[in-house]
Design a protein around this ligand. Structure first.
Ligand code: NZQ
Ligand code: ZN
Length: 398
């Protein structure tokens, strides 16, 4: 007899495939493993890193010692800037091709890891790497990537996405391809102890935004497994960030924040939610493209306005967010939604992150220009309901 499961309940778990191939080595003293992990993919290594924090905090020494001890031949591509730019990606691709690198090793935060992913994809093709970002070309067989994460924020260490700014067109576009998952990522929380308070806060906000994008854009009214997982990640991001801001060397706080940020965008939260979107990121990427705004700072300026805009359309999930994350109990769904959004905005202020365009020194006269910039990405991301008018309405609320 065929047992028919009850599909009458309102929450439906969509079919999904969850496949995250990235191996994670987590914890104190894991960095020396990067040499053997990288060498298993090849001996000629392109070492990618930023503007120098790893030389100041000793991570560069730990990584190069481990790579040299394992017999690696290192080619350096340094100077990745925060909000990485296309011209520097192209230089890295040329270097990887000329030196016939077999594997890329990224040491840094999301900017360094994202640039490294783009180099992995571009180093094995003859067309320009930007064609991946405009959807004109798809990834073939990229170089393998290993990483040592030094900032808890983007989740790039365990996902297949990357975001690059084309400085000629002033477009900051992102794309993902499952072949671009790092093979191995080393997450030693001690590596993040040198991250200053502001970027610690921006990183926690980025992790929270990754959760909220899915939490508030899923079409399903009730997804209990994912909801409680996501609510827990938001609570952990806030609580661990508070602990770290009270003591930048608090290992447990750094460890909780690091793992929370990784889980916030490694595919697990979205599994079973069906179609979800990235509307807050759609708008923030334009702020970073046009004004080089730190990603998390741009998000804290946009999130409350986007939430107020969206909650008018469907207050229920925002009311549940207020109850589950901030323990508000009384009021109509609209009142509860408003309380939850205000509480999150208050927490952004408490950790000294901007909560308006004014805080970012972006004049409101710029709103039409920002909206036009975001519409270009909305087209590539197939988000037709985000036209210029709607984006301007949201930005007017920032
Ligand atoms: O240049 P370095 O030396 O690396 O200095 C960086 C940079 O100035 C510094 N820093 C990093 N680790 C440090 C440190 N300073 C002291 N001690 C350490 N241990 O911090 C600054 C910011 O670094 P960055 O890598 O830019 O920050 P984050 O990790 O937040 O990455 C931001 C980038 O990630 C992209 C964003 O668009 C942005 O370009 N994102 C990537 C995503 C993905 N791949 O899935 C999703 C995200 O939504 C995001 O869009
Ligand atoms: Zn983000």
């Amino acid at each position: 007899m065929l047992v028919t499961c009850h599909l009458l309940t309102i929450n439906i778990m969509h079919n999904f495939v969850f496949h995250n191939p990235t191996k994670i080595l987590f914890g104190k003293g894991t960095i020396p493993a990067i040499g053997p992990e990288t060498m298993s993919f090849g001996g000629k290594v392109l070492l990618v890193y930023g503007s120098g924090s790893i030389k100041r905090n000793g991570i560069y020494q730990q990584v190069t010692d481990s790579l040299c001890k394992s017999g690696a031949e290192i080619v350096e591509h340094q100077g990745v800037q925060s909000n990485p730019i296309l011209s520097h990606v192209r230089e890295g691709i040329e270097l990887a091709k000329k030196q016939k690198c077999q594997v890329v090793c990224a040491i840094g935060g999301g900017s360094v890891i994202d640039e490294a992913k783009a180099i992995c994809a571009g180093a094995v093709v003859d067309h320009d790497v930007w064609k991946f970002f405009t959807g004109k070309k798809s990834v073939t067989a990229p170089l393998p990537l290993t990483t040592v994460l030094t900032l808890a924020a983007s989740g790039s260490e365990m996902n297949s996405g990357m975001v690059i700014t084309n400085e000629e067109t002033q477009q900051k576009f992102g794309f993902a391809n499952k072949k671009l998952h790092p093979k191995t990522s080393v997450l030693d929380p001690q590596a993040t102890c040198s991250v200053p308070a502001d970027y610690t806060a921006y990183g926690a906000i980025d992790a929270i935004a990754h959760v909220l994008e899915f939490y508030f854009t899923t079409q399903d009214p009730d997804t209990p497994v994912q909801d409680r997982f996501m609510e827990g990640l938001v609570i952990n991001a806030m609580e661990s960030c508070d602990r770290v801001l009270a003591d930048l060397n608090n290992y447990q706080g750094r460890a909780d924040l690091m793992w929370t940020a990784t889980l916030a965008l490694n595919g697990l939260t979205a599994a079973g939610l069906g179609k979800v979107g990235f509307p807050m990121h759609l708008i923030e990427h334009s702020l970073s493209a046009l004004y080089n705004t730190p990603h998390g700072a741009g998000l804290s300026a946009i999130i409350p306005a986007w939430m107020r805009h969206q909650s008018q359309r469907a207050p229920q999930r925002f009311a549940r967010f207020a109850e589950r994350v901030f323990a508000f109990r009384s009021g109509s769904p609209e009142e509860l939604a408003g309380k939850g959004i205000a509480a999150l905005e208050e927490w952004f202020r408490k950790i000294n992150s901007p909560t308006s365009l004014q805080d970012l020194n972006i004049p409101k006269e710029e709103i039409p220009r920002i909206a036009e910039n975001a519409v270009a990405q909305a087209k590539v991301w197939r988000m037709p309901d985000y036209d210029s008018e709607r984006i301007q309405t949201i930005l007017a609320g920032c």
